[in-house]
Design a binder for this molecule. Structure first.
Ligand SMILES: Nc1ncnc2c1ncn2[C@@H]1O[C@H](COP(=O)(O)OP(=O)(O)O)[C@@H](O)[C@H]1O
Ligand SMILES: [Mg+2]
Length: 223
């Protein structure tokens, strides 16, 4: 069966503030199959983050159809959307978004609050996720005691803790030097090889070259 994990048809999104309107997405259609590693590229302001937020069920489009794993996302309540996100989608951001007062392990454990596995299972998942990103030895460190690359690894472990089918990464190497960025991209390649579908957003064509397939955005459309 050719049932894509992500299916979008003619997505439109306009941001309005007062009299001005910005058309961020202008008729986006795509299909992403399970197990793909896809990069979305485009200049600043082309709509990459807006697209990622819609595909990650953080925002709703004004119009168009979006199906995640066959589910009509537009028909789900906000509560169902939160549950879908917590179970199936992991997010990685440019600036890591770790909580500074929590240890690496506590940061990784946070999203499990929504899926509430029994405590022992939660601890096991946190350990596994940190081991997956090569940080088993750093679990008690606070973010300030970690390098940028290590902080991003913790953020990736947090994205993996619930065992998502899809990882969405928005400029994940944007704050890192080239070599550290390559390490993070190697990690995404490894995750992808073990079956996780990855959608990586970047304005850097060399980063995008690490994906199996590239989609280029310009002014809210695929070029
Ligand atoms: N919350 C918002 N309110 C108003 N305009 C927004 C908002 N988010 C994005 N935009 C505008 O939508 C366009 C696309 O933005 P974005 O999706 O962030 O692009 P990119 O991630 O490619 O830089 C830009 O013109 C941006 O200024
Ligand atoms: Mg962006």
């Amino acid at each position: 069966m050719d049932n894509p994990l992500l299916y979008a048809k003619k997505l439109e999104k306009t941001y309005r503030s007062g009299a001005t309107a910005v058309r961020a997405l202008n008729g986006i259609s795509l299909k992403i199959r399970r197990g793909e590693f896809v990069a979305v590229t485009g200049p600043s302001g082309s709509g990459k983050t807006t697209l990622m937020n819609i595909l990650g069920c953080l925002e709703r489009p004004d119009s168009g159809c979006y199906r995640f794993d066959g589910l009509q996302v537009g028909e789900l309540s906000d509560r169902h959307l939160s549950r879908l996100r917590a179970r199936a989608i992991g997010f990685v951001f440019q600036s890591y978004n770790l909580i500074p007062t929590l240890s690496a392990a506590e940061n990784v454990e946070l999203p499990l609050i929504y899926s509430t596995p029994p405590p022992a299972a939660a601890k096991r998942r946190v350990r596994q996720a940190l081991a997956q990103v090569g940080l088993a030895e750093r679990s008690r460190h606070k973010p300030a005691a970690l390098s940028g690359g290590e902080m991003q690894r913790v953020a990736i472990a947090r994205a993996l803790a619930a065992g998502p089918e899809l990882v969405l990464a928005d400029e994940p190497t944007g704050n890192l030097d080239t070599q550290t960025g390559h390490g993070i991209l190697d990690l995404f390649s490894k995750l992808n090889a073990s079956g996780t579908t990855i959608l990586l957003v970047t304005h850097d064509r060399r980063v995008a070259a690490r994906a199996q397939r590239q989609l280029h955005l310009r002014d809210g459309r695929f070029a």
